[in-house]
Design a protein. Structure first.
Length: 424
């Protein structure tokens, strides 16, 4: 099977295509709610984005820079959209207002507002200009040397996009290296930057050249089917064209550390991104410890990793993951509460979870918290549980993986029953 295009790469492809003069072409773009938010906002800023077919798009970039939008930039549920576009807007002499849904309006924006303000952008909004809706006034920004308080690819990418239209050198240093899709794509578009471990420098102004990109499969989406294979696939489950970017493969490292049967066959890179074929088989897993620099490489996969840990032998400790509390919901609390209802032995920690494996999960009614990764993780847990597991409000999977239920039905055709916005 193939999973849809990578969400992170899809966002960044549209943004860099909008910044480049002329025409960029994209194939395999993820057509999800979050990526639609980025497309909609870029259109309001003056880019022309045309759908040519399933996952295939033409992007005609800004003529001389983004236009001042007449309407609010509605980012929906997408933290990537708002944080990256704040960096883009801040480096141009325009004003705009960013807004989002109820969940996004409670997520922290100080991590991008502070460095952009230090460089000369102006912000006005609620909660001391740290929550949406936020008004932004951009302009000529000063050079910046910023150490991020948390390891966040969104913050890093925001500042690199601002640096593109600024004069002078911007340096971003993170506490641990994060996904590097932005750096790879900038380099592929002819932008000169310097990277060393968790530090990246870019001297502006520079304008990326047009792109021709094929988006690789999203490893975060593949993680759910890797887990399904580990829990139930006696005959094996193969996944084609999955991203193998080293900054994103922490989940694969964790699975191997737990003793999972996982074969990785690397293929030729696609549009600068490593990719390949994964084959996974049912395995008896053992507990492990997850923390430190591994966490940014699997931060989105921790809920599904917790599902695997719940049925593994022994104890799994996940730490240094407090960032999960600032996602679409508090993913630490949501994961603990859902797994507890399914009979798992799980303890909530300030920055993670402690999970003692059990021999069997038991079906129950669990909440998605309107979080796509919680909904999909609990669906996989339900496959492994005895009895019926009901998940309420499952439409949220459209944020990152609209075809998830269809794909899961192919893997487990007799296991699913959907009733409007719930699953059993």
């Amino acid at each position: 099977m193939r999973v849809p295009g990578d969400k992170s790469v899809s966002h960044r492809t549209l943004i860099l295509g909008a910044l480049a003069p002329g025409e960029s072409l994209v194939e395999g773009l993820l057509e999800s709610a979050d990526v639609h938010s980025t497309r909609s906002c870029l259109t309001r800023l003056g880019a022309r984005i045309e759908r040519l077919g399933q996952g295939k798009y033409r992007v005609n970039g800004f003529e001389s820079g983004p236009e001042e939008p007449r309407e609010v930039l509605d980012c929906g549920n997408s933290g990537t959209t708002v944080r990256l576009l704040m960096g883009l807007v801040a480096a141009h002499p325009i004003s705009c207002v960013f807004a989002g849904d109820a969940s996004l309006s409670e997520r922290p924006m100080e991590r991008v507002v502070r460095p952009l303000s230090e460089a000369g952008a102006t912000f006005l909004g609620r909660a001391g200009s740290t929550r949406l809706p936020l008004a932004v006034r951009g302009g000529n920004l000063r050079p910046l040397d910023h150490r991020t308080p948390v390891a966040s690819a969104q913050v890093k990418s925001c500042l690199l996009l601002a640096a593109l239209n600024s004069t002078g050198t911007w340096r971003v240093t993170e506490p641990a290296a994060t996904r590097d899709h932005t750096e790879r794509m900038l380099e592929g578009a002819g932008v000169v930057l310097w990277r060393d471990g968790s530090t990246v420098e870019l001297t502006g102004p520079q304008r990326p050249r047009p792109l021709s990109v094929t988006v690789v499969g999203d490893i975060s989406s593949a993680a759910f089917f890797i887990a399904a294979g580990l829990l139930a696939a006696d005959d094996g489950l193969a996944l084609q064209g999955v991203s193998l970017n080293p900054s994103r493969t922490g989940f694969l490292d964790a699975v191997k550390a737990m003793g999972g049967s996982l074969e990785i066959v690397e293929g030729e890179p696609v549009s600068g991104e490593p990719q390949g074929r994964l084959v996974v088989r049912r395995s008896q897993l053992t507990g492990t410890t997850i923390g430190g620099s591994l966490v940014p490489r699997l931060i989105d996969e921790i809920p599904i990793l917790a599902v695997l840990a719940a049925t593994a032998r022994g104890r799994t400790v996940i730490r240094d993951a407090a960032e999960l509390r600032a996602k679409e919901c508090d993913r630490i609390k949501a994961t603990v509460e859902a797994l507890d209802l399914l009979g798992a032995k799980v303890q909530e920690q300030a920055d993670g979870l402690i999970i003692d494996g059990v021999t069997e999960l038991v079906g129950a009614e669990v909440a998605s918290r309107d979080d796509h990764r919680i909904a999909m993780s609990m669906a996989i847990a339900g496959l492994a549980a005895r009895g019926t597991t009901t998940i309420a409000r499952t439409g949220c999977v459209d944020i990152s993986y609209p075809s998830f239920w269809t794909d899961l039905a192919r893997v487990a055709p007799d296991a699913l029953h959907r009733d409007e916005d719930s699953l059993a």
